[in-house]
Design a binder for this molecule. Structure first.
Ligand SMILES: *Cc1c(COP(=O)(O)O)cnc(C)c1O
Length: 359
């Protein structure tokens, strides 16, 4: 039986991507590696049709958090401050990273099921004129909320503040307005919406907004070091070559399937089908559909079945779902639509959900 991962990354791999792991061994100081790396960097820009003279992607070996950490510690000038917006685990994690590195950090905290309160963000910017960057999660995977960033982007532009975005669980499917929003950098990973293998993550950065202001606190995660080296065809440290092969193939597969809007459509259809099935057995979503990403939805646990029993029954049928985090652990479960899920898998998931959750 095929095991289907419905957790928010890593995802079920296609055979095409899995086979790419078997390509020949390669030394990261050989020209073949430079070709592989620059090919992936160009393809990552192509996902959102970005102009390579204005934007660059930087490849890192590490999970999504490595890219987020590299972005946060490499952008904020020493005499300036970072404003972090929190409405879930991943916003909270960004604050933890920034404070751990000694970056002056202001945080605007929300309940984990709440949308961003733009009035409070505005007030924080008025009160803290040293803020140079805002850090925000686009898709807060904690609840499945797609944070609405248009108003925030307008506010940032008004205050001359740049955006640092955690797009780890949205890059490749959700709308990111690289042309209008004052984005300095977006952090993301190979193994979520791009359907690659865990081990490679990346930052897409705006060359001008990034280099005019950057000062890194780290060595291994210094984005500037990677950017300079990768622009010259090199890499400062050994990269995870096999996962590079897989990401390269995953990007080809992504473009062959029609790119961002096509993948978004596929996810929307999957999420709609699952939502309808769960409503039929009286399982309610945590958030209204218009507030949700197309990547993951959270549902309220029914008192008749604990998370552990639900998880184990689905696992026995070949499906891995995901628990809530923090205070939400006792209240919700989560289902994601990423990865190589076939129509037959989705059908089987629907019938399994009905049989496990039947009232
Ligand atoms: C998955 C995820 C991350 C990174 O998690 P890793 O386990 O380090 O890959 C960061 N932010 C968001 C919003 C995520 O969904």
């Amino acid at each position: 039986m095929r095991q289907i991962l419905l957790n928010p990354g890593p995802v079920t791999l296609s055979e095409r991507v899995r086979s790419a792991l078997l390509r020949p061994d390669l030394c990261h100081r050989e020209p073949e590696f430079a070709v592989l790396q620059s090919g992936i960097r160009a393809k990552l820009l192509r996902v959102y049709d970005l102009d390579a003279s204005a934007w660059a992607s930087v490849l890192l070996t590490g999970s999504g958090t490595a890219a987020v950490e590299a972005m946060l510690i490499s952008c904020v000038p020493r005499e300036r401050a970072l404003l972090v917006i929190e409405n879930g685990v991943y916003g909270e994690r960004m604050r933890t990273i920034a404070t751990q590195y000694g970056i002056a950090t202001i945080s605007v905290q929300h309940a984990w099921d709440a949308p961003i309160d733009i009035g409070r963000v505005r007030q924080a910017l008025v009160d803290n004129p040293t803020v140079s960057h805002i850090a925000v999660v686009q898709h807060e995977t904690t609840t499945g909320r797609l944070n609405q960033l248009q108003e925030l982007a307008t506010l940032c532009a008004e205050f001359g503040v740049s955006m640092l975005m955690d797009t780890v669980s949205s890059f490749g499917v959700e709308r990111i307005d690289f042309r209008q929003w004052p984005i300095a950098a977006c952090a993301a990973t190979a193994n979520k919406c791009l359907h690659g293998v865990p081990g490679t993550s990346f930052v897409v950065l705006h060359r001008k907004r990034f280099t005019t202001q950057s000062t890194s606190r780290g060595v291994y995660l210094d984005l500037n070091r990677y950017l300079l080296s990768q622009d010259g065809g090199g890499t400062p440290f050994t990269q995870s070559i096999q996962t590079f092969y897989a990401l390269d193939e995953a990007l080809d597969e992504f473009f062959d399937a029609g790119g961002v809007s096509a993948r978004r459509n596929v996810y929307e259809q999957r999420m709609d089908a699952i939502r309808r099935t769960l409503l039929d057995v009286e399982i309610q979503p945590l958030l209204a559909p218009q507030d949700c990403s197309c990547v993951l939805h959270a549902y309220k646990l029914a008192s008749r079945l604990s998370y552990e029993d639900l998880h184990d029954a689905l696992k026995a049928a070949g499906f891995i779902i995901y628990a809530g985090q923090g205070n939400l652990a006792a209240q919700i479960f989560r289902i994601s639509a990423m990865g190589d899920i076939q129509a037959a898998d989705l059908k089987r998931l629907q019938t399994t959900l009905v049989s496990v959750l039947r009232i």
